[in-house]
Design a protein around this ligand. Structure first.
Ligand SMILES: *Cc1c(COP(=O)(O)O)cnc(C)c1O
Length: 460
């Protein structure tokens, strides 16, 4: 009892220092107001634009670039709370005013960046790397953003906020991440899913974590409208990526990539995009590193879209003169089946400021690229297939050169998408002609039959 009171007193103490004056929400369109990170606010009250978490540069410049590098390097291998997390290992750049005891973390991040030697050789870009963000707690990069958002909510609740639950609309991975982090913190979560449009693994994750899972007869964009309505009264906190806290966690991916290359910047980073939070986040991390002198040039960012859900590609084609919104069609890459991307304005900046490109891939192309990569030892999710198909196109077009250092961000774990894999190898996906199907062969338990089969296979 007394220790609980003591720790509460401790939190209150820190709460008084919480309104960190150098990190705050501000409007991306330039309205001048600043808002506390711990306010329930998602868009600019003056103009309705998205907010972003702004970090004033001056206080951060008190450490030199070399000192930042040494600090982040030193935390990357620790288990000390909360620095064992790839996100909280950069806490000064994320949410500096978050108290240790309010960090909700399962030590996400620090995912492997590996050399795709055989695939790169086959594609003609030997310096090809995969950033495997799917090797994470709930199997996608969404964990990086949710650790930040749920931590902020925990701190808000500790300070007596009226928030009593968190909610999101999701194409699958967002809800899995939110449900897991909310359960870890003991905060109720409400999940809105488009009925019948997410994989079994994606559906069962929030169910298992005890979230309130509501499957609605609509698509993602329809769920998004409902969740915005439900979260209006401020007792339920909105966890979609229009909430820019998630971007703060996700921006660590780019910083982590550079750290893993001993602070060298790759030439290209290709990422599959839907709501465009992830590419906005990548850019934000690189911009911060530039401003603080840790790097001296930007990578070129490539946004990869499924042609069935390609509003950002269409906007890119019209030179971003007008935002294109569409009704997204069925795609195997269901996590990026989004027709009206929320972080559109932020993503335009990410493309414009990095000499970036938006490209698309068909169902056949994404499935073939995923299957090809799997034959070199990977187990790629369909979204990673989209990115790999776009990589192939840009190589063929001569845009990505054989000497370029290229990173493909693999956004989810392939094991969340076994329906896609099974369908591909059984040649039952109706939108795809399986080029490399490899179904298991059924044989009698007879050594001669087995030897004959092996011989036949190894001699081709
Ligand atoms: C969410 C998600 C994306 C797209 O991220 P956005 O921020 O919506 O652009 C891509 N791949 C996977 C696996 C995802 O879960």
């Amino acid at each position: 009892m007394s220790s609980a009171i003591e720790s509460k007193a401790n939190i209150d103490n820190q709460a008084s220092a919480i309104d960190h004056p150098t990190t705050y929400f501000r409007c991306i369109a330039g309205c001048s107001a600043q808002h506390s990170i711990f306010d329930v606010i998602y868009t600019c009250p003056a103009c309705g634009s998205l907010l972003e978490v702004h970090h004033e540069r001056e206080p951060l410049q008190k450490r030199s670039a070399a000192e930042w590098k040494t600090l982040f390097d030193s935390r990357a291998s620790t288990s000390k709370w909360p620095y064992g997390s790839g996100v909280w290992g950069m806490r000064e750049w994320v949410i500096p005013s978050l108290a240790d005891e309010n960090v909700v973390s399962m030590f996400e991040g620090n995912t492997n960046l590996f050399w795709a030697e055989r695939l790169g050789q086959q594609l003609g870009v030997p310096d090809l790397w995969i950033k495997l963000c799917g090797n994470s707690h709930t199997g996608s990069f969404k964990d990086l953003g949710m650790t930040v958002l749920v931590s902020v909510v925990k701190q808000m609740m500790a300070q007596g906020s009226t928030v009593k639950a968190v909610a999101c609309a999701s194409t699958g991975d967002t809800s899995a991440a939110l449900a897991a982090y909310a359960a870890y913190a003991g905060i109720p979560a409400v999940i809105f899913l488009p009925a019948g449009k997410v994989s079994t693994a994606q559906l069962i994750q929030p169910v298992a974590n005890g979230a309130h899972v509501l499957a609605l007869d609509t698509d993602f964009d329809g769920c998004m409208k409902i969740v915005q309505e439900v979260t209006k009264d401020n007792s339920i906190y909105l966890a979609n990526s229009m909430n820019s806290l998630r971007i703060e966690g996700q921006k660590t991916v780019g910083i982590e990539i550079v750290r893993q290359f001993d602070w060298a910047v790759p030439d290209w980073i290709i990422i599959p995009v839907g709501n465009l939070g992830n590419i906005s986040a990548l850019y934000k991390g690189f911009k911060l590193m530039m401003d603080l002198g840790l790097i001296s040039r930007m990578p070129r960012l490539v946004a990869a879209q499924a042609s069935q859900a390609n509003p950002f590609y269409e906007s890119f084609k019209n030179g971003f003169k007008a935002k294109v919104s569409i009704t997204a069609q069925d795609t195997l890459a269901n996590a990026i089946r989004i027709g009206n991307p929320v972080s559109y304005e932020k993503a335009i900046k990410a493309i414009a400021e990095t000499d970036g490109i938006v490209e698309q891939a068909t169902e056949n192309e994404l499935a073939a690229a995923a299957a090809h990569a799997d034959l070199t030892g990977m187990f790629t999710c369909p979204h990673t297939g989209v990115a790999l198909a776009v990589l192939t196109k840009l190589i063929q077009r001569g845009v990505i050169k054989s000497s370029d250092k290229t990173v493909v961000v693999s956004t989810a774990h392939g094991l969340k998408f076994t329906d896609f894999k099974v369908g591909y190898h059984e040649s039952t996906l109706h939108s795809v002609d399986s080029e490399h199907p490899n179904p298991a062969v059924h044989l009698p338990a007879d050594a001669d039959a087995v030897k004959a089969e092996i011989e036949k296979r190894l001699s081709v």
